[in-house]
Design a protein around this ligand. Structure first.
Ligand code: SF4
Length: 180
């Protein structure tokens, strides 16, 4: 049987969801037997490939690069999983939204808090401009599945992946999504 073509993507998040993915520990070896990790921060792939079966998307959509990337992912992926609370709701990443735009955040970080060389970073084509409003993944493209948690614990990630590997539409039980 062909292995599932799996991707994991790090957008506007803290990488904690990927740390939780790595907490799958030895089950990662079992996963490798059934899925090929074709794109991820933990593998050396520069370009998001065509024909991805499942993509776990960590983080919200915060800047113009994220917008371009999530549309490319949508075109090339059969099933998108909003991976963690930032992807599901915006969560921590969206805390700046009540400020109304990206400008107050940039000014606070790079001008008011600067010890020297106060300057808002700007380099067309290199520093992606922030969006004025952070949005969850489903606000930008359709999402098939949601995996809540900040971060989702490893056993929750495993439960979802096992169901996908078995060809089922994931259904997490209350025990699998309980917090704490
Ligand atoms: Fe980090 Fe939590 Fe957001 Fe995951 S959901 S990227 S752990 S803040």
């Amino acid at each position: 049987m062909d292995r599932l073509r799996l991707a994991t993507v790090w957008l506007g998040g803290c990488s904690g969801c990927h740390m939780s993915f790595l907490d799958l520990d030895e089950w990662l070896i079992d996963l490798h037997g059934r899925a090929e990790l074709v794109y991820s921060p933990v593998v050396d792939a520069k370009e998001y490939p065509e024909g991805v079966d499942v993509a776990l998307i960590e983080g919200a959509i915060c800047n113009e690069d994220h917008v371009e990337m999530i549309h490319k992912i949508r075109r090339r992926t059969r099933a998108i999983v909003a991976f963690g609370d930032c992807a599901v709701t915006g969560n921590v990443t969206a805390l700046r939204n009540p400020l109304g735009s990206a400008r107050p955040v940039l000014e606070r970080a790079y001008l008011e808090a600067a010890d020297l060389l106060a300057r808002v970073p700007s380099e067309p084509g290199i520093v992606p401009p922030l969006l004025d409003r952070v949005v969850p993944v489903h606000a930008m493209v359709p999402v098939e599945y949601y995996l809540p948690g900040c971060p989702p614990p490893a056993d929750r990630i495993r439960a979802l992946l096992e169901q996908l590997l078995d060809g089922q539409a994931p259904r997490l039980t209350a025990a699998q999504i309980k917090f704490g």
